[in-house]
Write a new protein. Structure first.
Ligand code: SAM
Length: 275
């Protein structure tokens, strides 16, 4: 996350350690730490070889790899700037000018530059603006930067639960919600969807921009199907047939299908809830 004096990202210095439980430490150049499958990925604005060597010695861990790259290369060579989807302008915090949503994308998925984020955003905005859908509650599975939740709150969702298993994503999403003054509506929880029990009952809209394996697991869990409308994304066209076969037969109504590049987005209605 950006902290003074930093107001934007230039280069990223990345250190991947083979241990997750690094004792809390602070450094003025620290962007954040990802904890992933018993490993830790440290991101800094500047090179920190000696600090990382000291951390490794203190915690008895090893450096798996290190890299330094331009921030835009983290985003697949794209320079993050303002964009407009469904009439909503999203700007990174370092850009001045009018914006409906301001975002610190940090090193978290959900800057808006991936096709799935854009189409999910467009779809969330569409359903929020559809009076018959009457969306008041939303569950955002794998919230990343929190962008989809912020957009739903902007359009009047009263209660949004946003979850992510990446602690840095949760911290970034919380900061972005505060920045956009929707922190009262959005409750961000650290949760691993592979293990933790998920309650979908009472949510009008459920957004899950994840990846195939996790989507399959969710789709096959009967309690996943207690919400109203589902926006599922994060899978390629080539995976559609397999996922389709796993949907609970008879219970799901296809409301829409979109595609951007090879990425697909499904909008599904749960007949048990929306008829
Ligand atoms: C493709 S990104 C989507 C981010 C954002 N919702 C968007 O649409 O741009 C998927 C997010 O899911 C999170 N995630 C991955 N596996 C997860 C799990 N097992 N439990 C919870 N969140 C998970 C990742 O950390 C990441 O932030």
């Amino acid at each position: 996350m950006l902290r003074p004096p930093y107001q934007s990202y230039d280069r990223l210095y990345v250190y991947h350690l083979d241990k997750a439980d690094i004792l809390a430490f602070d450094d003025p150049d620290l962007i954040g730490i990802w904890i992933e499958d018993e490993t830790a990925v440290l991101f800094f604005h500047r090179a920190k070889d000696s600090l990382v060597a000291e951390l490794c010695a203190r915690h008895g861990c090893n450096l798996i790899y290190q890299a330094d790259l331009d921030y835009c290369d983290w985003e697949a060579g794209l320079f993050i700037s303002s964009f407009t989807v469904g009439g909503v302008t999203v700007s990174p915090v370092w850009e001045k000018g009018r914006a409906d949503i301001r975002l610190d994308p940090s090193v978290i998925f959900g800057s808006g530059f991936h096709p799935t984020t854009r189409v999910c955003l467009e779809t969330v905005i569409h359903y929020m603006q559809t009076p018959e859908a009457a969306i008041k509650t939303m569950l955002d599975l794998g919230t990343g930067t929190g962008l989809l939740s912020i957009a739903a709150a902007r359009f009047g969702a009263e209660k949004i639960t946003a979850v992510d298993n990446n602690p840095l994503a949760c911290a970034v999403a919380r900061a972005n919600c505060r920045l956009n003054q929707v922190n009262e509506q959005v409750d961000i929880r650290e949760m691993d969807l592979r293990k933790d029990k998920l309650h979908t009952s009472g949510y009008n809209l459920i957004v899950a921009n994840l990846y195939r394996g996790l989507l399959e697991q969710l789709i096959q869990t009967p309690s996943f199907w207690e919400g109203g409308i589902y926006i599922l994304s994060g899978f390629l066209q080539s995976m559609e047939a397999d996922l389709l076969a796993e949907l609970p037969a008879g219970q799901i109504r296809f409301l829409d299908r979109k595609q951007s590049d090879r990425w697909c987005i499904w909008v599904l209605g749960n007949r048990k809830v929306i008829g």
